[in-house]
Ligand binder design. Structure first.
Ligand code: SF4
Length: 175
């Protein structure tokens, strides 16, 4: 049996190559879908259902966290108009990683990490910066080892829905 790690998952497509890499490195991932940033709720459900396909494929457990969009909006208050990759996104990473840290602690899992680093649209260093505030955060850069391209290939193979915007209502402008 590998070492358990809680994997915060932002969406099904990003989870694919992250899971593949963790498995290849001997980990046993427990998937955690905690993404109160996603808006509207129907989109949150759609992305979760997509993740279920991935979990079934790899035969891994999934934990669904409650959608607390109001709490998330409170956290980013005053940053609604920030450009993408700015302060709002750092707060958003911090928010979701905080939920993952708490869940890992609750489950007695020593390490946790996030699929957020797969995206070529997100700086891994900015995500790592927020993760530093939580003990047990594993700085794994899933973009490395061709992770982003691999996620596209695997998503196609699994017939996954790939969204065209990051997640929150502020990232959806113009989509
Ligand atoms: S653009 Fe993405 S990372 Fe930034 S605040 Fe919105 S959902 Fe979070």
């Amino acid at each position: 049996m590998g070492k358990r790690i809680l994997l915060h998952v932002c969406c099904g497509p990003c989870s694919t190559s992250s899971i593949e890499r963790l498995l290849s490195e001997g980990y046993e991932p427990v998937l955690f879908f905690s993404d109160s940033n996603i808006f509207p709720y129907e989109e949150f459900v759609k992305r979760y259902e997509n993740l279920l396909k991935v979990a079934e494929h790899y035969n891994l457990p999934v934990i669904l966290d409650e959608w607390k969009h109001d709490e998330w909006l409170e956290a980013v208050r005053g940053h609604e108009g920030d450009r993408e990759h700015g302060e709002r996104c750092s707060i958003c990473f911090h928010f979701n990683l905080g939920k993952a840290a708490a869940k890992a602690r609750e489950l007695g899992i020593d390490e946790f990490t996030t699929t957020l680093t797969v995206s070529r649209f997100k700086k891994s260093s900015a995500i790592f910066q927020e993760g530093k505030d939580y003990s047990g955060f594993a700085e794994i850069d899933f973009k490395k080892k061709d992770g982003f391209n691999r996620s596209i290939v695997l998503s196609r193979e699994l017939g996954l829905y790939r969204q065209s915007w990051c997640g929150c209502e502020f990232s959806r402008r113009g989509v």
